[in-house]
Design a protein around this ligand. Structure first.
Ligand code: 13P
Length: 262
């Protein structure tokens, strides 16, 4: 198999933060910083800010990938509050997160719901950032790799390599999200390596080798260099530290020039 280069991807998950003007201003700053960086950069604003952010970027001639934090797996219908993939496409948005731990553990999405959303997003040619990760008690019981494997197998059930061309994985240990506790570089590498082996088993070696696996959980400028240097850490999904252009820009800079090959 010829060597595959994985371009680093730094993604900002803005969660339920910012007002519309703040989201637009931050997107502009991030886009300016990302211009010319040898790194893919994406931001995930709240649904209600997607249109304004994209219009502002277009008006300024700025390029930045803008994705949604969630989607429905249904095409349309009586689903109050839900947002379909077609609605997102209509805004020119074709990236989406699925299975974020806050949706799994706070909102209560099951593995089946995550699987349905992931399959629907990939079927609609979205780039889908599928999030996985263990809770603290699972880590303490030594179940990190088992939990990640279960979540990957459940979410990708019935999908083949062809369907997963636009798949990105984000490993986000739940205990590291928003807590300031970050996985050690060695622990992150071990979890990513194990997840890639599972991907290889499900989707084949070639797809596993080119699928980017991001780390998320208290990633910030001061720890990004060490984590992103690990062989199977292909970028980051950043929460808190993505809400400030300077800090997020420093994470982008830390990723620059770190393309991993397999
Ligand atoms: P923090 O970077 O705030 O820990 O959040 C990580 C996350 O959940 C990104 O999706």
């Amino acid at each position: 198999m010829p060597p595959v280069q994985r371009t680093p991807l730094i993604a900002g998950n803005w969660k339920m933060n910012l007002d519309c003007a703040g989201a637009v201003a931050l997107a502009r700053d991030v886009a300016r910083h990302a211009a010319g960086a040898r790194v893919d950069v994406a931001v995930f604003p709240a649904f209600v800010h997607l249109d304004a952010v994209q219009r502002a970027l277009r008006a300024d001639g700025l390029a930045l990938t803008v994705g949604a934090q969630d989607c429905s797996d249904a095409p349309n219908g009586a689903l109050t509050g839900e947002v379909s993939l077609a609605m997102l496409q209509d805004l020119g948005c074709n990236w989406v997160l699925t299975g974020h731990s806050e949706r799994r553990h706070v909102i209560g999405e099951s593995d089946d719901v995550v699987a349905a959303k992931t399959a629907a997003a990939l079927r609609a040619s979205f780039t889908c950032v599928l999030c996985i990760g263990e809770k603290l008690e699972q880590r303490e019981r030594g179940e990190t790799d088992t939990v990640n494997e279960r979540q990957l197998r459940a979410a990708l059930k019935g999908l083949d390599a062809q369907a997963c061309t636009n798949l990105v994985i984000a490993y986000e240990p739940v205990w590291a999200i928003g807590t300031g506790r970050v996985a050690s570089a060695a622990d992150a590498q071990a979890a990513h390596h194990a997840a890639r082996r599972v991907l290889s088993d499900i989707l084949g070696r070639e797809t596993a080798a080119r699928t980017r696996i991001l780390y998320g959980g208290s990633l910030k400028a001061s720890n990004a260099g060490e984590l992103l240097a690990m062989a199977d850490v292909d970028g980051g999904l950043v929460g808190g530290a993505s809400l400030e252009a300077g800090g997020f820009g420093a994470i982008i800079d830390a990723a620059a020039g770190l393309a991993h090959s397999a």
